[in-house]
Design a protein around this ligand. Structure first.
Ligand SMILES: Nc1nc2c(ncn2[C@@H]2O[C@H](COP(=O)(O)O[C@H]3[C@@H](O)[C@H](n4cnc5c(=O)[nH]c(N)nc54)O[C@@H]3COP(=O)(O)O)[C@@H](O)[C@H]2O)c(=O)[nH]1
Length: 821
């Protein structure tokens, strides 16, 4: 027996004690170490304590586990021990079952001595086979362990990895590959990987593999594959390998570049936007050094990228924003990571431009700020357009003064401030006296220039904190905030009046103006804006009535006067309805004969409470309300009736009657027709009726008036030019309109004795009129001196209190009778 055999241990398991004894004895003699068990349970206990090389196992044992069951249990536990199965009979099925369960040999135990000989050979064979299998199992185990180790390594790699054999079937892959392919490893193994792709990709891959197998090396391919969560972009890395037997295979790795692709796309998109956007972009580092600018930046600022890289964007600053502005900007950027607003910067060429700027902080994954991105657009044009619109909405186009809108805004703001500070605000309403005459007579261009000059003079009279506005026409306002003493307002008013009374020299014309100023004070006169406006307006009219070129403060009495105006209008309407108007006549004396050759018809109102009222009380209200048309018609009707009456009286039949025509009446389209109807109705003949119109009225529409006057003249009506000298009529017009009579205004006659200028003027007017073939009436002659002067000047006609005040029709008759007698 060899040493090796002595070391061999055999476990005999049989419930038959005789077999157990015989077999043990036989084998002991052979030098084997023996263990004995009479059933499977005993045997398993022994096995858990001893190393055994061979088990001789009775197939059939009772009670408990059979030998076959014990063998299966051993093999299930991967125990590679050699087993000889003893069977009681030549049962083929038992032999097959035993061999399939992992027995190395079997032997029939009922064959006597032959059994022992066979047992000897069977033991030797089984031990040999068992040993061999153990070695194989061992090396197989080692290989398995190695494979397991390698699998663990490649499973730890996050990149999908696989390897294929010569037949291109997958031999193995890692977990990442299984996850990527979305199949378990055992299903992937044995497949051709190309089967996982659509046909066209698969074909390409097969070609790649074939090339790789032939030529070796590595291959890198970019592919798009479809997965349950959508399309993925991959980079397929492949390389050829050779195993120990020299067979070729392919090892491959798949890199999922979907995110990288997306990122690249986003980057490309961002780059395109950066390059092509119309908005300028600046990227700065944390030290505010410029890292990048886009082409729009260059377009807006004029600076190239090379010129600005590394610089602080502050070099663009225009200086319009102060330190505090930038401090607040950075504070907000630090707190909120974002700032946006409007800012003025300077281009390379020095021009200022407005930009709408948005600055955002760029953070890394940890939230730390890494850069700043500033995006801005040039809004200069928009700003200028907005500014223009705002200017047009708030400023008067002619004078560039604040208009009504801005005036109202400034006034209400001043009132709020005054309320807060306990101060006062003065509001001045200013109207240019006789501006309309200038405008009408010298033309709108001169009128416009006059308003512009007025605006400048007004601005020169006030402080910067005061607001001069133009509400329209010749209406100006001045807001004087923070008033302490009434005297301050007086000073400004006097200054304004003084400035505006200075000669305006415009396009060769010396123009003399004056103004009427109404003043109201917040909060004394009113706390509502509308009330203040009303008050100032009322005060201004008060000033006008007081003789112009003056100022008046608003008082409650002025308010009462405004109320009176309302009542007046109401009463005038009633007066028209009740025919309360009558006509008085003022004689006009012919100088050469001393006879009454004509008279002026002057309306009077038989007021139910006030009695006989002169036109000064109501005529301007009638003009403003348009009621003058109706009153004028009643006067004309009355005058025509009177002419008809006087035609029958010898002393009166040669007396012409002149009627005042208001601007309103002159605009009546039916005027000529109405006059003709009235004349025909009352039998008024040519030469018996005259119309008096004022210079201002003529100059409003010289062209139209000339045509109209010609029409009227064709009816046999003479035209008088009233109030001559008070307006701005050009001498040229005098000739062109061929007035029949010119009436020199009372204001010139009044002072002919004290004022040489007036005397010279009256003299000149008379000479000039005569040269043009126009007769002259001197109005308002009250004294003998005036009468004498007028007669000396060879004036044709005289009208005035010196001869007679306006008289009723009866008194006029008496007057005429007495003078002709
Ligand atoms: N559209 C119409 N206007 C009319 C009509 N009637 C009058 N009027 C206008 O009213 C103005 C004032 O008229 P009245 O108060 O009647 O004054 C006239 C004369 O009384 C006054 N006058 C005449 N002589 C003297 C004088 O020596 N001294 C003095 N202090 N006043 C005098 O002058 C007025 C007439 O002036 P005029 O018209 O310029 O000739 C009046 O001026 C009209 O504008 C009417 O029916 N329609």
């Amino acid at each position: 027996m060899t040493k090796e055999v002595e070391q061999t241990h055999i476990l005999i398991v049989d419930d038959d004690p005789i077999i157990l004894k015989v077999v043990s004895g036989f084998l002991e003699k052979k030098g084997y170490g023996l263990l004995r068990a009479k059933n499977a349970e005993e045997a398993l206990d022994l096995l858990s304590e001893h190393e055994v090389d061979l088990i001789i196992l009775d197939h059939y044992m009772e009670p408990g586990m059979t030998g076959l069951e014990m063998l299966k249990a051993l093999r299930q536990d991967d125990d590679p021990v050699a087993v000889i199965m003893l069977t009681g009979a030549d049962d083929r099925q038992v032999i097959i079952d035993s061999m399939q369960a992992g027995a190395q040999d079997f032997i029939l135990k009922n064959s006597g001595v032959e059994f022992l000989l066979k047992l000897d050979q069977s033991v030797i064979r089984a031990l040999h086979v068992g040993d061999l299998e153990r070695k194989i199992a061992k090396s197989h185990q080692a290989l398995q362990d190695q494979a397991q180790f390698l699998q663990t390594i490649i499973d730890a790699v996050p990149t999908p990895i696989y390897y294929k054999g010569t037949d291109q079937k997958i031999l193995g892959c890692n977990k990442a590959m299984a996850d990527f392919i979305e199949q378990p490893i055992y299903e992937i193994v044995g497949q051709k990987i190309d089967g996982l792709y659509p046909a066209e990709i698969s074909e390409k891959l097969q070609q790649h593999d074939a090339t790789l197998m032939d030529e070796g090396g590595e291959l890198l391919t970019e592919l798009a594959v479809q997965r349950s969560d959508g399309e993925h972009h991959i980079l397929s890395h492949k390389a050829r390998y050779r195993n120990a037997e020299g067979e070729s295979g392919i090892v491959g790795a798949v890199v999922d570049i979907t995110e990288r692709k997306l990122y690249e796309n986003e980057l490309r998109l961002a780059q395109t936007v950066f390059e092509t956007t119309s908005e300028a972009i600046i990227v700065t580092d944390l030290q505010n050094g410029i890292q990048a600018v886009n082409p729009s930046f260059t377009r807006v600022t004029g600076y190239s990228e090379e010129e600005v890289i590394g610089k602080d964007p502050g070099f663009l600053s225009s200086g319009r924003q102060d330190k505090e502005f930038y401090h607040n900007m950075w504070m907000q950027l630090c707190e909120k990571g974002r700032w946006q607003g409007e800012i003025w910067n300077r281009r390379k060429n020095g021009d200022l431009y407005a930009e709408w700027l948005s600055i955002s902080a760029v953070h890394d994954e940890t939230g730390k700020i890494t850069q700043y991105v500033a995006v801005f657009s040039d809004i200069t044009k928009r700003k200028k357009a907005e500014e223009l619109i705002r200017h047009q909405a708030n400023f008067d186009a002619l004078t560039n003064l604040p208009n009504r809108n801005l005036f109202l805004d400034r006034l209400s703001r001043s009132m709020v401030r005054a309320k807060r500070n306990g101060t006062q605000v003065a509001l001045m309403f200013l109207d240019l006296d006789r501006f309309k005459s200038v405008n009408d007579t010298l033309g709108h261009n001169i009128g416009d220039a006059l308003l512009q000059e007025t605006a400048q003079r007004l601005l020169g009279c006030v402080r910067e904190t005061d607001t001069v506005s133009r509400l329209g026409g010749d209406e100006f306002t001045v807001i004087i905030p923070d008033i302490k003493h009434t005297y301050d307002i007086e000073k400004v008013s006097m200054k304004v009046l003084h400035e505006l009374s200075q000669t305006f020299s415009i396009e060769g014309h010396d123009i003399f103006l004056s103004a009427s100023v109404g003043i109201t004070v917040y909060p004394d006169d009113g706390v509502e804006l509308e009330a203040l406006m009303r008050n100032a307006d009322t005060a201004m009219y008060q000033a006008k009535e007081a003789g112009r070129n003056s100022f008046r403060f608003f008082t409650p009495e002025m308010n009462a006067k405004a109320h009176e105006q309302m009542i007046l209008e109401r009463d005038l309407r009633q007066a028209i309805e009740h025919k309360e108007f009558c006509v008085h006549y003022q004689p006009v004396i012919e100088v050469t004969t001393g006879q009454v050759t004509s008279c002026e018809a002057l309306v009077r109102w038989n007021h139910p409470q006030k009695g006989l009222t002169a036109p000064g009380y109501f005529i301007s209200a009638a003009e403003e309300t348009g009621l003058i048309d109706e009153i004028g018609t009643q006067v004309l009707e009355e005058v025509c009736k009177q002419i008809h009456q006087w035609k029958k009286v010898p002393e009166m039949k040669a007396v012409r009657v002149a009627v005042n025509l208001s601007p309103h009446q002159l605009r009546n389209e039916n005027l000529v027709q109405d006059l003709q109807t009235m004349m025909t109705k009352h039998g008024v003949e040519a030469g018996q009726l005259s119309l008096e119109i004022t210079e201002t009225l003529v100059m409003q529409d010289p062209q139209g008036t000339a045509v109209l006057l010609d029409e009227i003249r064709k009816l046999g009506i003479k035209i008088y030019l009233d109030d001559f000298g008070t307006g701005y009529s050009s001498l040229n017009y005098l000739k062109r309109f061929s007035f029949d009579v010119l009436k020199v205004d009372r204001s010139f006659i009044m002072d002919v004795h004290e004022n040489e200028g007036d005397a010279a003027l009256v003299e000149a007017i008379i000479v000039m009129a005569h040269k043009l073939g126009i007769k002259v009436v001197a109005e308002g002659v009250e004294t003998i001196e005036q009468q004498k002067f007028i007669i000396e000047q060879k004036c044709d006609l005289i009208q005035g209190f010196y001869y007679s005040k306006p008289l009723s029709a009866e008194d006029m008759y008496d007057y005429c009778r007495s003078t002709t007698a």
